[in-house]
Design a binder for this molecule. Structure first.
Ligand code: BG6
Length: 510
């Protein structure tokens, strides 16, 4: 990398960053994601003066809507969500709409003309973000049509395309998608969103590891016994059965969010906190994943599906009884996977990765379990093993970090208790946190790819998961292998046999 580029990377962190004037074109503007997430996030950025001085949003979708209709629709969505609309009028003036037929070249020519005119009205110099809030099956079509219409070309301005997961459904389809996107957009123009990366406490994992001197010397096989990464949800499949029944938990959560959490916990320190340095280290980590032992798959993987049950006093149906789901579906809604990283730092340390829907609590948590003391000099007095140190990184909710250690119980007896040093993420903060979508969109405007997937990482994770998916989906006793769990529980009991840190083995910690 040329020295001047390196300098830019250094400056990136110390100079306040303000995005260039730009337009955001949202494909799928009449859909759910736009009203529920994208427009509210952009509105918050606008209200917080984090959008550029000159900027506008152009919704694009099949429906025939006027600018006014689109503004009213977005306002309705915001009102429904109980948003404070004090800054709405200024924001609404930046909202426009252009109807497009996604596979029709003429639509893109019309869109290009409209964007040129809006650039003039809003004094935007041609910088454009194309956000794909459309079904993934349309990503390739839209990307190719944008390229054909010349809309991806960077001459005197920049062009970026934003895609949401899933990035394909396996290695081959993710490469295919990338080829289509690559017809018009180079890698530096592609922003593959993983909203977990934009969560503040996920970003904080790197700060915690590399801005403190005391943890990193212990962060390896010599001191760490095992690592657990859990993302539990109380939500079921909601209205997304059509997508979910083809995805299942491994594609929906593991190929993306869980792999990113693993990478942040386990990757080596980059030389600089800069997008490609960080992503290089993640790539190396993904490359070090031990190929999954598919010949003994079920010693390392528990898959399960939720049955009917109750969460907080409310009854929920089984997955198979959810609207749009086949009553004999074998789609897993829960998985615990035991993974190893074959490198010098992590040799022999198991990473237990779990995600499930309709579990007892909404909880994303990483636990680092340290090794026990090498010699217990208290054994004859205490008569039991000393509980190992444990570091808990709570990603959501109750964002914070707790380090558990042993201390003496007060009084004449010699006995120990586990106590925790606790940090709450918002305590003493000088600013309020920012929501994941806001952060992700702000970074796209800034052109910083740190929080986005790079294609090599996507492919390595598919290459890791493909054989697992193939083995699970083609195995003759698939139905017998699929465990069941009650909605509102912590998942199937068999998972607790494989994963020592499972909530069933430590209910007092949840
Ligand atoms: C999405 C998955 O990517 O992440 C959903 O498609 C899941 O199935 C969601 O519910 C979880 O995100 P969060 O931020 O609520 O943990």
């Amino acid at each position: 990398m040329p020295p001047e580029k390196q300098d830019q990377e250094v400056n990136r962190s110390i100079v306040p960053r303000m995005p260039d004037d730009c337009a955001i074109v949202i494909f799928g503007a009449s859909g759910d994601l736009t009203g529920r997430k994208l427009v509210p996030a952009l509105y918050h950025l606008f209200a917080g003066k984090a959008t550029p001085e000159h900027f506008y949003i152009c919704g694009a979708a099949r429906s025939e809507l006027s600018d006014e209709d689109f503004r009213a629709k977005m306002r309705g969505a915001m009102e429904e969500a109980g948003e404070d609309l004090a800054a709405w009028d200024g924001f609404a003036a930046c909202l426009h709409y252009q109807s497009v037929v996604y596979d029709d070249g003429k639509s893109y020519a019309a869109l290009a003309g409209r964007l040129d005119a809006l650039d003039g009205d809003h004094r935007v110099p041609g910088n454009r973000i194309f956000e794909c809030a459309i079904p993934p099956t349309l990503y390739a079509t839209v990307a190719v049509k944008l390229a054909e219409a010349g809309l991806s070309r960077e001459e005197h301005s920049w062009r970026r395309v934003v895609v949401e997961k899933p990035f394909g459904r396996d290695l081959a389809s993710s490469r295919e998608l990338n080829r289509a996107i690559g017809q018009g957009f180079a890698e530096h123009q592609v922003f593959r969103i993983d909203h977990y990366l934009a969560k503040e406490t996920v970003q904080n994992i790197m700060m915690f590891r590399f801005a403190n001197a005391i943890f990193e010397p212990l962060w390896n096989r010599n001191y760490i016994e095992q690592v657990s990464i859990l993302s539990a949800e109380t939500l079921g499949v909601e209205h997304r059965a059509g997508y979910y029944k083809k995805a299942g938990v491994l594609r929906d959560m593991f190929q993306n969010h869980m792999m990113q959490l693993l990478a942040l916990v386990a990757a080596e320190p980059p030389s600089l906190f800069a997008a490609d340095r960080v992503r290089d280290e993640k790539t190396k980590l993904f490359r070090s994943l031990r190929p999954f032992p598919t010949h003994e798959l079920y010693d390392y993987l528990i898959l399960a599906q939720y049955e009917a049950g109750e969460i907080d006093g409310q009854e929920y149906p089984a997955y198979r009884a959810e609207p749009g789901v086949d009553p004999s579906s074998l789609t897993p809604t829960y998985a615990t996977m035991k993974v190893f990283v074959d490198n010098w730092r992590w040799q022999g340390v198991p990473f237990y990765i779990t995600s499930g829907k309709r579990l007892a609590q909404k909880l994303t948590r990483i636990e680092i379990i340290f090794r026990e003391v090498p010699h217990s000099l208290f054994r004859q007095v205490l008569g039991e093993d000393i509980i190992a140190n444990r570091l808990v990184l709570n990603i959501q909710p109750n964002e914070g970090i707790t380090l558990y250690f042993q201390a003496k119980q007060p009084g004449a007896e010699v006995d120990l208790r586990t106590v925790g040093l606790h940090f709450e993420y918002q305590d003493g903060a000088v600013r309020k946190g920012i929501k994941a979508y806001e952060k992700a969109l702000a970074e796209v405007m800034l052109g910083d790819q740190m929080l986005f997937w790079r294609q090599d990482g996507v492919e390595l994770c598919w290459a890791f998961l493909d054989p697992v998916l193939e083995a699970c989906e083609s195995c003759g006793d698939r139905a017998d292998r699929l465990h069941r769990y009650r909605a509102g529980s912590w998942g199937p009991h068999d998972a607790a046999k494989m994963w020592p840190g499972h909530p069933y083995n430590h209910l007092e910690r949840y």
